[in-house]
Unconditional design. Sequence first.
Lengths: 366, 249
Amino acid sequence: MIRSRFCKNCGLKVTGEDSVCPSCKAALPPLVPENPAGKAQKIFLFGLLSLILFWFPLAGIVLSVIALCFWTSNNGIVRNIAKAKTGRILAIIGLICSIISNAFTILVMSVGNLSIWAEETWEGIVGWALDIPADFENNFITDDRYQYIFKGLGITFEVTIFAALLGIALGVIVALIRSSYDTLKEELRGGFGKKFLSFLNKLCGLYLTVIRGTPVVVQLMIAYFVIFVSSNNKVLVAVLAFGFNSGAYVAEIIRGGIMSIDKGQFEAGRSLGFGYVRTMAFIIVPQAFKTVLPALANEFIVLIKETSVSGYIGLQELTKGGDIIRSRTYSAFMPLIAVAVIYLVIVIFFSKLVSMLERRLKKSER
Amino acid sequence: MSADNQVIISVKDLKKHYNDGDIKALDGISTDIKKGEVVVIIGPSGSGKSTFLRSLNLLERPTSGTITFEGQDINDPSCDINLLRQNMGMVFQHFNLFPHLTILRNMTIAPMKLHGLPKEVAEKKAKELLARVGLEDRASSYPSQLSGGQKQRIAIVRALAMDPDVMLFDEPTSALDPEMVGEVLDVMKGLAKDGMTMVVVTHEMGFAREVASRVIFMDDGVILAEGTPDEIFNDPDNDRLRTFLAKVL
Ligand SMILES: Nc1ncnc2c1ncn2[C@@H]1O[C@H](COP(=O)(O)OP(=O)(O)OP(=O)(O)O)[C@@H](O)[C@H]1O
Ligand SMILES: [Mg+2]
C-alpha cells in the first residue's frame, strides 16, 4: 500500500519521503514506519510474559489472552509472521500453564476455606433465625415509629441508585460483548480471540437466561442466604442482587439500541477507516444512547419498585418499614397506604422526568 | 508502487459463497483496475455487483481468490484493513451520513481522528470540498435537513476528505428522485475528469457511456463481458448482455 500522511498545516496528503510539505513547506510528521505498531512484537512480548508469569494469579491468563486477541484482531499489521506465530505458541503454552496453576491455587484456597465457609453458612442461618426475636424486640422498643418510613425510604434510594449503577455497568459490558460478537463473528480471523469472544458471548447468554428466567426475590434470597451468607451488610447484598438482576435487563435494552442503528452507519464508519472500537465510540453509541435513554429510565423506575421485596432478607427499606409498623400497631391500613403513596409519588415524578427527556431528545433530532 | 506499474487493484479468481456454497454471489472474478480508470459495473439485480465492490474494501470477506491493492494482498494478516479503507473511499446507495453530526463534522471526523489534522485545517479543507459541490452554505446543517441529492453529494465529499486513492460507488443514484440524479452524476463526472480512480456500480447507462473508461457486465457472479463503452453498448457480442441492454436502454 502507498504510505502517506497529512500535512497538519495545510491538510495536504503527502506520499513519499519528503520531510516538508511540498505545498506549504511546513514540517511533515514522519511517514508511518514500515512496521508501525509492531504487532508481531506485541504478540511475542505478551506471549513470552504470559509464559514467564504463569504462576502469578491471573497474570498469565490475562497476558496470554491479550496476546491471542492481538493475533485474532484485524487492526494493525503483522509484518513478521514468524515472530507473531512464535508469540502465539508461547501465549498458548502460557495460557495452559496459567490455567493449571490458577486452577491449583483455587483448589487449595477453596478446600482451605470450604470447611470454614460451610460452618459460617450454617452458623449464619442459625444465627439469623435466632436473631429474629431480638430484632423484633428492638423494633418494638423504638419510640418514633415513623422513623421506619423515613429511614426505609433512604435505604430504598440507596439500594436503587447503587444497583442501577451496577446494572448499567454490567449491562453495558454484556451488551457490548454480545453485539461485538454478532458483528465481528464474520469478520474476525479464526483463532483464540474469536473463541474467547464466543465464550464470553455464551457466558453472557447464560447470565441473561438465568437472571431473566428466575424471580428477583429468589435471586435476592440466594444472594443473601447462600452466597454472601457471612455478610451482615444487607444493603450491599441487596445492591449486588438487584444490580446483577437489573444488568440483564439493561443489557438487552442497550443491545436493542445498538442493533436498532442502521447497519449502514457501521459500514460507513468502517469504510472511512475507523476500527471497530472507534466506529462504536464515535458513531454507533452516540446514536444508540438517544434511543435507549427512555427505556433505561424506565428500567430505573421498575427497579425502585422491585427493591420492595428486600424485606425478604430483612432489609429495612420503605416497604419493610411500613410492614414493621403494621406488625407493631396491628393496624395494616395506615402504614401500607402511606408506603404505597410514597412509591406512587416517586414513580410519577420519574415518569414525568422521562417523558420530558423524551420530548427534548425528539426535538434535537429535528 | 513504481510509476510504470499502473495497476492499483488487481483481482484474481475472486469467489464469495454464502450458505456453504449454496449461493455463489461471486464465482471467479478476475480483473485489473488501473490508476485513473473509471470502471463501471453493470448487470441485473442479484448478479453480485455490490458483493464485488464490497469485497474490494473488505466489507465482505472473500471465500477464495486474492485482491491486491497497491501491491498488498488485502486478505493477508499483514494488511492493515483500516489503512486500506482510509485509501479507498466508499459511497453507498443510502448515503449513510451520520445523522447525529453536522455536515461539517461528518466530513472532518475521519481526517481529524485518523490523521490528527487540527480542527481548523480539517474544516478549511472540508469547506473547500463543500464549495466544490456547491453546498458551502450547508456546513452547519444536519443530514436530515438535506435533500437526497444533497446528501449524496455530501457523502461523496466526506469520502474525498480522506484523499483516497480509489473511490467506490454502489448505485449512488438509485435511491434518488429522478430530478436529483443529475447533480450527483455531475459531481462524479468532475471527479473522473480530475483523474480519480473510480469503480462505479450503476444503472445509469448514460453515465457509463459518457464517463467510463471500461464497462464490466456481470451476471450470476461472473464477468460476462468487458470492454470500452463503445464495445459494450454499440457492439455487444454476448446474448445475455444484449437482453440486459434491451431491457435497460
Ligand atoms: N449476506 C448474504 N447472505 C446470503 N446471500 C447473499 C448475501 N448477500 C448477498 N447475497 C446474495 O448474493 C447475490 C449477489 O448479491 P449482490 O447484492 O451483490 O447483487 P447486486 O448485483 O448488487 O444486486 P442489486 O442490483 O439488486 O443491488 C444475490 O443472489 C444475493 O441474494
Ligand atoms: Mg447491489
